[in-house]
Design a protein around this ligand. Sequence first.
Ligand code: FES
Ligand code: MG
Length: 593
Amino acid sequence: MTADSARPARRFRSRDWFEDPERMDQTALYLERFMNYGLTPDELRSGRPIVGIAQTGSDLSPCNRIHLELARRVRDGIRDAGGIPMEFPVHPIFENCRRPTAALDRNLAYLGLVEILHGYPIDAVVLTTGCDKTTPAGVMAASTVDIPAIVLSGGPMLDGYFEGELVGSGTVIWKNRRRLAAGKISEEEFFDAALASATSSGHCNTMGTASTMNAVAEALGLSLPGCAAIPAPYRERGQMAYDTGRRVVEMAHEDLRPSRILTREAFLNAIVAVAAIGGSTNAQPHVVAMARHAGVEIRPGDWARGYEVPLLVNMQPAGSYLGERFHRAGGVPAVLNELLRAGKLDGSVLTVTGRTLAENVAESESTDREMISPYDAPLQERAGFKVLSGNLFDFGIAKTSVVSDEFRARYLSTPGREGVFEGRAVVFDGSDDYHKRINDPDLDIDERSILVIRGTGPLGWPGSAEVVNMQPPDALIKRGITTLPTIGDGRQSGTSDSPSVLHATPESAAGGGLAWLRTGDTIRIDLEAGRCDALVPEEEIERRKREDGVPPIPPSRTPWQELYRASVSGLDGGGVLESALKYRGVASETPRH
Ligand code: FES
Ligand code: MG
């Protein structure tokens, strides 16, 4: 069945390629090579929408590899709804394996996708997502081009078990490296537990950056309801792929473009959702980046809206469980409905279904209150990111939902000074320096120390690295001090439970305050007041700036690293390519022949 007979004719941009009466020579050239895999001129000249499937799966992108299979069901859906599917590859992104960091690839995949969507005869697109940065890269590109776009998540891996205990992606590494340092497990057990966390096709099964960003896409209204949390191998995943393919064809006919969906209200909804799910700190730069490409400004104060929101989802690293149970409990729609009823979301925003967010989730209830708790009986109060500033940086964030009770009792509970911690800075220049020196007894690291790492931001690394979640020296861990406060101009893994101040902007390499900080300085963190300062006199700061300058950073090793450094913003601004922001809606004019 094709649905297009009943529809009013809409002239799609692909017809400028395949039906230009003035340029028959060009039209013939555009058409002929598609014949070589069996398409017919009639299909391409039928006036039906050509729907791109932006394929992020490959052997180099194992987290998204399920999309190589799912694409078949997407194609079925597109065909059944009267569209013509065209699948094409996206630059691979594999969070854990890409050196020096996959953060470089978000903007590179973005650039590549913009060129494809702009320069080829594509009328609408299915953005296949999964691993951390594949979601923001696709969404950013969809905004720049502004053709109808829908997100299809690949879904998390099945829950992992090791010796009867749940082991979640990433989190298993951070937990067990502490146990390894304490001499409680062998290297073999460390490996076995880590490998047991990867059970099947799919992305990280914790509420790391991947699960967070796919939930964000759903909260923004960019995917069909329920899409984000379905585990990759479940039968519902293939069915979701089919439904997504069908729906995107209708979106093409309705001209339902990202610019109608990605409003400021939608992004504020996403900020609230990130807090309730205990989402990754990487959501901060990615949400800001997606918003800026959509022409929406997210101010530091907007995160305060999330800070007040309680933790509802009991998923590692902030909670106990993994992706399968989250899906069975109702997934993202159940969380959104909980937030909506508490008055925390704007339910009137439009979504890819053509309906409002409130309409999409009205029937969605948590079926497992231990997994998704009610708003008024949450797992924890105030689960969002706390934005900090002070003389060390203008902008930094802390994820309060992962700060353990033990850590709060030890550091943040001095009577009369709750939430305030003063400690002695121990400063590392990048992660090689950290690994080389962390166990050096001369550093005198004790439970009153704050570990600081610099040279790890977008310019410094380059790309900004997930290295701020530094663990204490082995000797301290053996004494039972398993976490210390950390500060850095880089990021940390979304699967980490480290109590950290992250994304310090301006970064050290750009002359930010971490550049003049020295080991031995006292730092005061006041979580309530949102302050983080080094207690160093102003004249001394000026003297250090004058005499010492900025710590050196490694040179660029590839052409892209150089181009990236020349245009990248700080993490407060999403780490976007500043020069790309002025391009928005570029598909409104088709490129010249
Ligand atoms: Fe790819 Fe976590 S490493 S999703
Ligand atoms: Mg990560």
